[in-house]
Design a binder for this molecule. Structure first.
Ligand code: PTJ
Length: 254
C-alpha cells in the first residue's frame, strides 16, 4: 500500500516517483533512471506541472507523424516500462507501431523484466531481445547502437521517450524522423528530435493516444499540414518562455 496520503499537496508527483522506485525494486529501472526522473521533476516544476499549449501542439504533430508513418517503432526503456506500460502498449496499437526494448544501460535481466511487463500489459510482439536480429546503428558508441533489424533499423519514424542525445543524433543521421518526450527543453535530445513533446510522459502519453484516435479520421493532406506547420525550434523556445514567465510570476509573488 502507498505511504503517500491522497490529501498530500504533492501527491501526484510523489506517486509518479513511487512508480519509479517500485520499477527499480522490480528490476525494470536503472539506478540512473532515478536520477533522470529527478531532473525531469525539476523541469516539470518550472513548467507548472501541466501540459502547455506548446506541448499540445507537439502532441498533435506527433500523432499526425505517427499516423502517416509506414513503419513506426516505439523504443521502450526502463523508465517508460515503470511509468506507463499500459499506455505505451495502447499507443502502439492505436498507431500500429512496433515496440522495441532498447536500453542505454544495457542489461539482459532488465530487458527481460521489461518485456514481461509489456506482455502483462497486452503487448504481443516485442522486438530488441533476439541476438540474431541485432544490427548496429552507425555513429554511436553506447549500448543503444544495437537495434533490431526488423524494428528501429528499418523504421521511418521512431518514438524515443526520455532519450539520450547521442542516439537521437544517430537516428537522425540514419534518416529517421524522431519523436521524443523530454521535460527539459534545453537537452540535446530536445534540440535534435524532429518533434519534442516537452511534458511529463505520464501526462502526455494519454493525450497522444486521444489525439491519434481523433486524427485517424482525418485525411493525409490534413495530417501533412499539421506536420509542416509545426516548428520544433519555435516550440522549444515557447517552452523556455513558459518557464521564464512562470519564474517572473513567482518572483513578483515572493
Ligand atoms: O533504461 P535505460 O537503461 O535505457 O536508461 C534510461 C535513462 C532515462 C536512465 C537514460 O535514457 C538517461 O540517462 O536519460 P537522460 O540522459 O538522463 O535523459 C532523460 C531526459 O528525460 C532528461 O532530459 C529528463 O529531464 C527527461 N525526463 C525525466 N523524466 C521524465 C522526463 N521527460 C518526460 N517525462 C518524464 N517523466
Amino acid at each position: 500500500m502507498s505511504l503517500i496520503p491522497k490529501s498530500h499537496p504533492r501527491a501526484k508527483s510523489l506517486l509518479i516517483r513511487e512508480k519509479l522506485v517500485d520499477g527499480f525494486d522490480n528490476g525494470l529501472v536503472a539506478k540512473e533512471g532515478l536520477l533522470a526522473q529527478g531532473r525531469g521533476e525539476a523541469f516539470d516544476y518550472l513548467l507548472g506541472e501541466k501540459t502547455s499549449k506548446a506541448a499540445m501542439q507537439a502532441i498533435r504533430a506527433a500523432a499526425s507523424q505517427l499516423l502517416l508513418a509506414e513503419m513506426p517503432v516505439i523504443s521502450v526503456n526502463g523508465n517508460i516500462a515503470a511509468l506507463c506500460p499500459k499506455q505505451i502498449v495502447r499507443l502502439s496499437k492505436q498507431v500500429k507501431a512496433k515496440l522495441e526494448v532498447n536500453l542505454f544501460y544495457s542489461n539482459e535481466k532488465r530487458k527481460q523484466a521489461i518485456i514481461k511487463t509489456l506482455k502483462k500489459n497486452g503487448a504481443k510482439e516485442i522486438l530488441g531481445s533476439k541476438n540474431t536480429s541485432s544490427k548496429k546503428l552507425p555513429g554511436i558508441d553506447s549500448a543503444r547502437r544495437i537495434v533490431d533489424k526488423d524494428g528501429i533499423f528499418v523504421a521511418d519514424v521512431v518514438v524515443v521517450p526520455l532519450e539520450d542525445g547521442d542516439r537521437t543524433m544517430a537516428l537522425r543521421r540514419a534518416g529517421k524522423t524522431v519523436i521524443t518526450f523530454d521535460l527539459n527543453p534545453l537537452s540535446r535530445t530536445s534540440e535534435t528530435a524532429n518533434i519534442t513533446i516537452v511534458d511529463n510522459v505520464t501526462r502526455a502519453i494519454d493525450l497522444l493516444i486521444i489525439e491519434s484516435k481523433k486524427l485517424s479520421k482525418k485525411n493525409q493532406k490534413t495530417l501533412q499540414k499539421i506536420i509542416s506547420d509545426f516548428d520544433n525550434k519555435k516550440n522549444l523556445r515557447d517552452n523556455v518562455i513558459q518557464i521564464k514567465n512562470n519564474l517572473t510570476r513567482r518572483a513578483k509573488i515572493a
